[in-house]
Ligand binder design. Structure first.
Ligand SMILES: NC(=O)c1ccc[n+]([C@@H]2O[C@H](COP(=O)([O-])OP(=O)(O)OC[C@H]3O[C@@H](n4cnc5c(N)ncnc54)[C@H](OP(=O)(O)O)[C@@H]3O)[C@@H](O)[C@H]2O)c1
Length: 259
């Protein structure tokens, strides 16, 4: 069994790699940071009886999903578990944010995820088995002013995953959107997402991984990590977006617009 994990060089993706290596899965790790991937593969291959390989690639670039797929074909790797985890966020007044960065976010959080899902679904259907875990976010439960692009990418990931799950269940393939809440990773620094925006009591990446792996075989196309985040999801589903967006905009306007 080989698991492909995008964004495996840190945070939740690295936690997936460590956990799955300990469980005996071969790994194919993808991210940009070649040094981190090389070191992680060496460590995990030496520490467990597994084969860990990597591809250092920027998934925002055109045809990155095709290059990734070609590499696993070349290495004759059958990907049984695909974990689309790579992603980043941003915060601020959309009109003033760097538009190229916002577009790269869409290319990574959505484009690469859709591309890789499509490419690996074909062989999974032929083998009549496979699992795809798409890391979404509680941010996708509702539109979020001053985090507009990120929240919308995650709404997409959840909706897309639920639809693809229904299309592929009859082929023995499971697709699961995993929605973590605030999790203690470098996400807040790399995404320039203020840590003050994080909910109190961050989850650990290992808790998110536990939620995701426990969901395999459970038949649910969407799981929310942690009981507090499940409560937030429940409450968010009861409040109209028009009200939620007004309240959040009022709270964050001072920091991101009126300065
Ligand atoms: N932390 C949270 O509070 C939280 C909450 C909900 C959902 N999530 C989601 O969880 C996922 C993992 O995030 P994390 O919290 O673990 O953050 P993280 O530690 O910053 O990890 C992000 C990963 O994505 C990779 N990545 C970023 N840009 C890339 C690119 N252009 N091409 C290829 N790989 C790229 C990074 O590796 P390189 O820099 O080496 O490329 C890194 O391995 C993301 O989808 C995020 O939206 C996080």
């Amino acid at each position: 069994m080989t698991t492909l994990i995008t964004g495996a060089s840190s945070g939740i993706g690295e936690a997936f790699a460590r956990r799955l290596a300990a469980e005996g899965y071969d790994l194919f790790l993808v991210a940009r940071s070649e040094d981190k991937l090389r070191d992680l593969c060496s460590e995990l291959s030496a520490g467990h009886e597994i084969n860990a390989r990597y591809l250092a690639i920027d998934l925002t670039k055109p045809n990155a999903d095709q290059r990734c797929f070609s590499e696993t074909e070349r290495l004759e790797i059958d990907v049984d578990l695909l974990i689309n985890n790579a992603g980043f966020g941003s915060m601020g007044d959309f009109a003033k944010l760097d538009i190229e960065r916002e577009l790269d976010m869409i290319r990574l959080n959505i484009g690469a995820l859709v591309g890789l899902t499509h490419r690996y679904l074909g062989p999974m259907r032929e083998r009549r088995r496979g699992t795809i875990i798409n890391i979404s976010s509680g941010a996708g439960f509702q539109p979020i002013p001053f985090m507009a692009t990120y929240a919308a990418t995650k709404s997409f990931v959840t909706a897309f995953s639920e639809a693809i799950a229904a299309e592929n269940r009859r082929f023995g393939i499971e697709v699961i959107a995993v929605c973590p809440g605030s999790t203690d990773t470098p996400f807040f620094d790399t995404g320039k997402v203020g840590r003050e925006f994080a909910q109190k009591g961050l989850e650990t990446p290992e808790q998110v991984v536990e939620t995701a792996l426990n969901a395999i075989g459970g038949g649910k196309a969407k799981v929310v990590s942690g009981w507090k985040n499940q409560m937030v999801a429940r409450i968010a589903s009861l409040i109209p977006n028009s009200l939620i967006t007004r309240v959040i905009a009022k709270q964050l306007r001072k920091k991101y617009q009126d300065q």
